[in-house]
Design a protein. Structure first.
Length: 182
């Protein structure tokens, strides 16, 4: 047993039967967060499965914007004392040849590896483009990102405390702390 198992907030977050007495919310586990488009996307939210504005194009997993290329990736953030991670779905800006190499995996089924820069600000972790190593076993998986430097890399290496996790939710616009008090 670890200290996280003794924290009532952790128990409530992971208990599918827990219902917040003030509002009726229930969580049933760690909540992932995500970004629907790269931060620089100027054309509003994606409507449907594909949005094209002039030469710019956005799908749920791919983006071309003013001659720049982006892949949607998963950034796992381990939680200290837990066997699971909180995943952040964000966008990575990649070189054109990296973008094309990822597209080639759709036909070949081959593994993918590349590099990019984070294209979204993850609240509390980074305000600058963080270098990322990207890997996917095949095209059926969204690439997994490993931060190579800065606060994101430190968080991936050290993990989030429960308080860090709850602060990240709050900074992302979903403050669940009051709902875990019991």
């Amino acid at each position: 047993m670890n200290l996280l198992d003794l924290d009532a907030r952790w128990k409530r977050l992971n208990d599918p039967d827990y219902v917040c007495p003030c509002c009726g919310r229930s969580f049933g586990g760690v909540i992932d967060i995500g970004f629907e488009e790269p931060e620089d996307w100027p054309h509003g939210p994606l409507q449907g499965e594909d949005m094209t504005v002039g030469e710019d194009r956005l799908t749920p997993d791919l983006c071309r914007l003013m001659g720049r290329y982006f892949l949607r990736v998963t950034l796992p953030l381990p939680i200290r004392g837990a066997s699971e991670a909180m995943n952040v779905s964000l966008w990575a800006e990649v070189a054109r040849d990296t973008f094309d190499a990822y597209l080639d995996t759709f036909d070949s089924g081959a593994a993918f590896a590349g590099e990019g820069l984070s294209a979204n600000t993850v609240p509390g972790l980074d305000n600058d483009a963080t270098p990322l190593a990207l890997e996917a076993a095949d095209a059926s998986q969204r690439p997994v990102a490993k931060a190579l430097d800065g606060p994101m890399a430190e968080t991936q290496a050290e993990g989030l405390s429960l308080d860090d996790l709850l602060d990240l939710y709050a900074a992302s616009g979903n403050d669940i702390r009051p709902h875990l008090k019991g």
